[in-house]
Ligand binder design. Structure first.
Ligand code: PLP
Length: 439
C-alpha cells in the first residue's frame, strides 16, 4: 500500500526502542491510518522533504504554526538574529513585550496577556485563573473539543446529558473529572441544563472558538455569543480556546470573524479569556492566554493565582512568533481562504466523482472532509462517518507526495505558500486517492 521509505523505517525502528510508540505526540504515529510515519528532514514553502529525500505538499503545517509556509525568510531571519544574541535569560526581555502588544492590538477582548510555552499550558492556566476569579470549581466543556492534555480537560461525557464527566485517559483521577461537565457541541439546551443543575458551582465554560479537533465543526450562528450570555448570567466566565484558530482565521482569529459581522448575531459579545498557541510561535514553542484585565490581575505576582514558566517569553520563540504575526496581512488571509476553498472543493468533488459521499466543512480557512453525506454538528455526528475510508485515501495521497493529517478527525491546514504548483499536484493525486477511498 505504501511507498518504500527505508530511512524513515530505520529511524522509526530506532525510535520505537527509546520512545513509547516511537513518537513524541501520538497522532504522528500513523496508528489510525497504518504504515510507517515519515520522518521529515526539511521544509520550504508549501513543501516538506523526508529523510528519504521524497518531497510532499504539506497540508498539516506542523498542525497550524506554519501559516506562512516553511522556512519563511522573515521568520528565519528573526530567529537567527535572536539566536545570535543569546538563547534564554530568565529575565524579562523586549521580545515578549512586542509579542504581547501585537496580540493585544489584534484581539479586542484581550486587554492583558501572559505568555507560556504550549497551548496545553495556556488552557490549563486559563481554567485555573477562571476558578480563582470565580472561587468556583466546575468546568463545562464540549465533547470532541480538545484543549491539550490538561488532566481535567481529558474528560468524556458521562451517561446522560450534563452529567459529571469520566476520565478520558488512564492516570487522570475520577476526582479530577468529577468537576467537569461534558455536553454536546452546538447544543445550547445542554449548556442551559448544566447551568440549571450546577449554576452556582460553575467557574467557566471552555470551548474551541470553532471546533477543529473532531474534524472541523463550526459553531452554529450565535452559539459562542449564547455561551457568553449563559455564562455571564450565571456568574461564570467564557474561555474561548483559539489555540488552533487564533490569528489563522483572521487577524483576530475566530473572534475576529464573528465580531466582523460575518455572523451578525455575534456582535456585542466577548469571551472573558482566550487561549492561543501555534501561530504565535511561528514553529517554536509558544502559547498564551489573555483577556479581561480585572481577571488577569489575579495572576501572580499581582494576585493569588500562581502561574510561571522557566522558558515563558523565551526570546527566540517570541522573535519567531512576532515575525509570523507580522507576515499576516489581508492579502495572506485572502490567499488562505481561496486556497482552502480550492483544495476543499477539489477533494470533495473527486470523492463524489468516485461515488464516495462526503461533507466538506469549513471554519474560515480551516477545513476537513467527513466521509458522510450528513452535516456534522457535534462529536457523535463526527463519529458516524465512514472513517475506515480515510486510510486508503491518505496512503494514496502520501504515495503521490501529498502529506495529509494522519487521522480522519483532524483539520487540514493551508499556508500562504501554497501556490498553483502545489494545488496542481494535489489535483493530480486526487482521482486515484478517491478511487482508493471508494474501494
Ligand atoms: N487547544 C486546541 C484547540 C488545540 O488544537 C491544541 C492542540 O492541538 C491545544 C489546545 C494544545 O496545544 P499544544 O499541543 O500546544 O499543547
Amino acid at each position: 500500500m505504501t511507498t518504500h521509505s527505508p530511512a524513515s523505517a530505520a529511524l522509526f525502528a530506532r525510535a520505537l526502542t527509546v520512545t513509547p510508540g516511537g513518537v513524541n505526540s501520538p497522532v504522528r504515529a500513523f496508528r489510525s491510518v497504518g504504515g510507517t510515519p515519515r520522518f521529515m528532514a526539511s521544509g520550504r514553502g508549501a513543501w516538506i522533504t523526508d529523510v528519504d529525500g521524497k518531497h510532499y505538499v504539506d497540508l498539516v503545517g506542523s498542525w497550524g504554526p506554519m501559516i506562512l509556509g516553511h522556512s519563511h525568510p522573515d521568520v528565519i531571519a528573526a530567529v537567527t538574529d535572536a539566536v545570535s544574541r543569546g538563547l534564554s535569560f530568565g529575565t524579562p526581555g523586549e521580545g515578549e513585550v512586542l509579542l504581547a502588544e501585537e496580540i493585544v492590538r489584534r484581539v479586542a477582548p484581550v486587554e492583558q496577556v501572559r505568555l507560556v510555552s504550549s497551548g496545553t499550558e495556556a488552557t490549563m492556566s486559563a481554567v485555573r485563573l477562571a476558578r480563582g476569579f470565580t472561587k468556583r470549581t466546575k468546568v463545562v466543556k464540549f465533547a470532541g473539543c480538545y484543549h491539550g492534555h490538561v488532566d481535567a480537560l481529558l474528560a468524556s461525557a458521562g451517561s446522560g446529558v450534563a452529567t459529571l464527566a469520566l476520565p478520558d485517559s488512564a492516570g487522570v483521577p475520577a476526582t479530577t473529572t468529577a468537576d467537569v461537565i461534558v455536553v454536546p457541541y452546538n447544543d445550547i439546551a445542554a449548556v442551559e441544563l448544566a447551568f440549571s443543575k450546577y449554576g452556582d458551582e460553575i467557574a467557566c465554560v471552555i470551548t474551541e472558538a470553532a471546533a477543529a479537533n473532531m474534524g472541523v465543526v463550526p459553531p452554529l450562528p450565535g452559539f459562542n455569543k449564547m455561551l457568553a450570555e449563559i455564562a455571564h448570567r450565571n456568574g461564570a466566565l467564557l474561555i474561548s480556546d483559539e489555540v488552533m484558530t487564533g490569528f489563522r482565521l483572521s487577524r483576530a482569529g475566530m473572534y475576529g470573524l464573528e465580531a466582523a459581522g460575518l455572523d451578525p448575531v455575534a456582535q456585542g459579545w466577548a469571551p472573558d479569556l482566550l487561549t492561543f498557541g501555534k501561530v504565535i510561535g511561528g514553529g517554536l514553542p509558544v502559547g498564551a492566554f489573555g483577556g479581561r484585565a480585572d481577571v488577569m490581575a489575579l495572576l501572580a505576582p499581582e494576585g493569588p493565582v500562581y502561574q510561571a514558566g522557566t522558558l515563558s517569553g523565551n526570546p527566540v520563540a517570541t522573535a519567531a512568533g512576532l515575525a509570523n504575526l507580522r507576515g499576516l496581512n489581508d492579502t495572506v488571509y485572502a490567499h488562505l481562504n481561496e486556497t482552502a476553498n480550492t483544495v476543499g472543493r477539489l477533494v470533495s468533488d473527486a470523492l463524489y466523482a468516485a461515488g464516495v459521499p462526503n461533507r466538506l466543512q469549513r471554519a474560515g480557512n480551516l477545513f476537513s472532509i467527513f466521509f458522510t453525506a450528513e452535516q456534522v454538528f457535534n462529536y457523535d455526528d463526527a463519529r458516524e462517518q465512514e472513517s475506515f475510508r480515510y486510510a486508503a485515501f491518505f496512503h494514496s495521497m502520501l504515495d503521490a507526495g501529498i502529506y495529509l493529517p494522519p487521522s480522519a478527525f483532524e483539520a487540514w491546514f493551508v499556508s500562504a505558500a501554497h501556490d498553483d504548483l502545489a494545488l496542481q499536484q494535489i489535483a493530480d493525486a486526487l482521482p486515484a486517492a478517491a478511487a482508493a477511498a471508494a474501494s
